[in-house]
Write a protein that binds this ligand. Structure first.
Ligand code: PMT
Length: 402
């Protein structure tokens, strides 16, 4: 869910430091990439090694450490961050950032970032309600910094009141919201046409030619595009899965039906993604009656179906056109030739003979190849995650074209 998201977590000194280990472990399970910066006081509560083991990244503790990369670390982390979190945030770090003081690795990096910042304060109740701290929080909110309010209860110092670090569940929920909120609007005003599932080509009234497509990949794309605010039309071959709510679904049977439905909606669409497994061939003649079993072999003559994507590529203009390539060998070479031949912006290649990839699976293993030949290979992931990666790429292209 947070695949490829770079989250930098600043940890300041407080008894709640240990809870942030739980936050990191939850974020790692959501596939986020985590970098941790600890202040000198944070290190007194928990060793950096614990954070390093969980984040699987070197933990930065001091500006004057031997650099681990040739980048200036506070700048490179500030630029790398998609989100900056400070948890637990003491009155000290809140005061420093609110007043422009940058005197250690954490305060310097947070000042240098353009990423959204989420601050989870934790401190004694009297400190938290102190008007100076409240003024500093107000200043930061005014500059667009986001806060996760502390919880109330028994504090480590023995007092009761507000000031406990929010629970790891709540912190992770807020982090997810930061990424989801802008996503909800990111494809607003865009019409997206998606195809999914197999097609069926009748041989006689009883039998047909088809393939193993379940529709899961295309349906998941349709739901993900809907969640980003797009107006989605899904042209679907016969499937047994639930139709995504809030999406216009057009049911089709044959490749010819799919061709007609897609062409009908092509002009109005800004983005077209063809995840369907379209039958390339159909029986030349459909027998009106059931073909009776005989004593000899039966030959069925097949004729070519239209290649819908090829046709769309010819009419593409400034639309974004995305295809899939289902292969069993020479994945990259075959997919590359399809990009050129079908005039695509990019193609998602899946080797359907790999376990966990392709037909019927909940997951997929894909490589995305763009029209310049750049290749990005991904590990096995849920089809929902693949869908979001595809839509992120579509949005990057929209930005480039604007
Ligand atoms: O539905 P699932 O069970 O979730 O499985 C997902 C999937 C394996 C079907 C999906 O990930 C996938 O790979 N879809 C494309 C399958 C396919 O037909 O690949 P292809 O390499 O034969 O075709 C290349 C592209 O041309 C595809 O975008 C296809 O939709 C399109 N095409 C192909 C033939 C044709 N006659 N018309 C087309 O438009």
């Amino acid at each position: 869910m947070l695949t490829n998201k770079n989250i930098v977590i600043g940890v300041t000194g407080g008894v709640a430091v240990y809870k942030v280990l739980d936050v990191i472990s939850r974020l790692k399970k959501l596939s986020a990439n985590i970098n941790v910066i600890m202040t000198k006081s944070a290190v007194k509560f928990v060793q950096p090694l614990s954070f390093q083991s969980l984040s699987q990244n070197y933990v930065v503790t001091d500006m004057f450490d031997e650099p681990k990369t040739w980048d200036v670390e506070h700048i490179s982390l500030a630029q790398k961050a998609d989100l900056f979190v400070i948890a637990p945030a003491t009155a000290n770090i809140i005061g420093k950032v609110a007043n422009g003081i940058a005197d250690d690795m954490l305060s310097t990096t947070v000042m240098a970032t353009k990423a959204p910042v989420l601050i989870a304060p934790a401190m004694n109740t009297n400190m938290y309600v102190n008007p100076i701290v409240q003024r500093n929080i107000k200043i930061l909110k005014g500059f667009g910094y986001n806060f996760i309010d502390p919880a109330s209860g028994r504090l480590a110092c023995g007092d009761y009141g507000i000031g406990k670090l929010a629970s790891p569940e709540d912190i992770v929920e807020e982090i997810i919201k930061v990424f989801e909120e802008p996503l909800k609007k990111s494809l607003r005003n865009k019409k997206v046409l998606i195809t999914a599932g197999p097609t069926q080509e009748a041989i006689d009234p009883i039998r047909y030619i088809t393939n193993h497509s379940s529709g899961k990949m295309g349906y998941s794309l349709a739901a993900a595009a809907r969640d980003r605010g797009a107006d989605v039309t899904l042209v679907s071959g016969p499937t047994n899965i639930e139709k995504p709510r809030g999406v216009e679904v057009i049911d089709v049977i044959t490749a010819k039906d799919m061709y007609e439905a897609v062409l009908k909606h092509f002009d109005e669409s800004h983005i077209i993604i063809k995840a369907a497994a379209v039958a390339d061939y159909k029986p030349k003649e459909i027998s009106k009656d059931k073909i009776k079993k005989g004593d000899t072999d039966l030959n069925i003559e097949l004729s070519r179906n239209p290649d819908i994507l090829l046709e769309l590529g010819r009419m593409k203009k400034d639309k974004i056109l995305v295809g899939f390539a289902a292969e069993t060998k020479d994945l990259i070479e075959n997919a590359k030739s399809k990009i050129n031949r079908k005039n695509l912006d990019f193609i998602i290649a899946n080797n359907i003979s790999q376990s966990g990839a392709g037909f019927k699976e909940e997951t997929n293993i894909v490589s995305i190849i763009d029209s310049l030949g750049n290749i990005e290979k991904y590990d096995k992931m849920k089809k929902e995650e693949v869908s979001n990666i595809i839509l992120d790429k579509v949005q990057d292209l929209i930005k480039l074209k604007e």
